[in-house]
Design a protein around this ligand. Structure first.
Ligand code: 1CP
Length: 343
């Protein structure tokens, strides 16, 4: 049975547009909350293959998406490198910050795969349990985005700590990015070995970086990961997501060699069709808050996106992940609409 989403990623679009949603598993689903409640620590939950596989499959059963995204988190990679990572309820991720040579020296690739190995087990389980027509997506955070958490020790608004370290101590910052390139490439290769059909690299915080910083912190590390993964798995599509990077999306596509890009909510569809979709598959980009509101405006916007990206390979998705207050019935209505649409 052919996988529509995988074929589209490879540049072979079909009449029906395949779809999946970022954060399609998560707190907006009551069945997720039920499984989540059985494990106190979020990291431990990510390292529980039975539970992680179950919550990955939940949205597919409800909505019949074409793709399932591995349930894990981008902060698995710093955890695997030996940094302390934990989630505080109502606060978010916390890490012991890496700010100098001494704190950096405690990180290492030694033992990385043992520490994160449960994630590869989740992928292997999913490979076995997922229907044959569904595409299994692995993922990792991009080095820049993961570094913003590692350096600040938490989520941050304008990523001040990482930007200031990047400008002020480019040598140390470069070492952090290089280590993340090696770890992330190895991590994605193992996910593909275990059965992932394609992988996405989330650079959620790529917004508003000046051109030289975007080149050095977003493009170069992503290109290095693409090259390493492709050397092992030349036919596995790689999706980039340099979120909110505006016109810098174009050089991102040209320079990194990704097979597809995920579009944030702000992308102009005409510009996207001309500058990005002519070269790679695109994925996006309905506003997750419009799915909270729902109704006819949501369906009108879905149609505008589907029509606007009709001329090349397109996978319908959100411009960013679902928020916890999303009504599950709105996701159902949107899914039915996409499934019925024909180009
Ligand atoms: O129990 C919970 O519901 C905690 C919320 C949660 C969930 C559901 C977190 C904590 N992570 C996840 C799963 C997750 N994270 C997935 C798999 C599920 C799916 O997509 O269906 C993926 C792909 C991620 C990736 C992720 N984690 C990103 C990149 C994508 C994005 O949303 O931009 C980022 C930035 C994170 C960090 C993170 N993890 C969790 C939270 C609350 C955050 C964000 C903190 C912040 O705003 O800085």
């Amino acid at each position: 049975m052919s996988k529509l989403l995988l074929e589209t990623l490879k540049g072979n679009p079909s009449e029906r547009v395949p779809f999946w949603f970022m954060r399609q598993a998560g707190r907006y689903l009551p069945e997720y909350r039920e499984v989540r409640a059985t494990t106190k620590s979020f990291m431990e939950f990510c390292y529980s293959p039975d539970k992680a596989a179950e919550v990955t499959l939940q949205p597919i059963r409800r909505y019949n998406m074409d793709g399932a995204i591995l349930f894990a988190d981008i902060l698995v990679v710093p955890d695997g490198l030996g940094q302390d990572v934990w989630f505080e309820t109502g606060v978010g991720p916390r890490l012991t910050p890496v700010t100098d040579e001494e704190s950096f020296s405690s990180l290492s690739l030694n033992g990385f795969h043992d520490k994160v190995g449960a994630v590869y087990e989740t992928v292997a389980k999913l490979k076995h349990e997922l229907p044959a027509d569904k595409t299994l997506l692995g993922f990792a955070g991009a080095p820049w985005t993961v570094a913003t958490y590692m350096i600040a020790g938490a989520g941050s608004k304008d990523h001040a700590a990482a930007r200031q370290l990047g400008y002020g101590n480019p040598e140390l910052f470069g070492k952090i990015l290089d280590l993340l390139v090696d770890a992330t490439a190895a991590y994605l290769i193992r996910q593909i070995d275990a059965g992932a059909d394609a992988v996405q690299i989330f650079d959620s915080w790529a917004a508003a970086l000046p051109e030289p910083a975007f080149d050095a912190w977003v493009i170069e590390p992503t290109k290095a990961i693409v090259d390493k993964v492709r050397a092992e798995h030349p036919d596995t599509p790689i999706i980039g997501f340099p979120r909110l990077s505006g016109t810098q999306y174009e050089k991102f596509v040209d320079a990194t060699g990704v097979n597809a890009v995920s579009l944030d909510t702000g992308m102009d569809l005409g510009w996207t069709a001309k500058h990005l979709q002519s070269k790679v598959c695109v994925q996006g980009n309905i506003d997750p808050h419009l799915v909270v509101a729902g109704g006819q405006p949501m369906l009108d916007e879905a149609k505008r996106i589907l029509d606007g990206l009709k001329s090349g390979p397109h996978i319908f998705n959100l411009g960013h992940g679902f928020v916890p207050e999303t009504p599950p019935e709105n996701v159902a209505e949107l899914s039915r609409f996409i499934l019925k649409y024909r180009r």
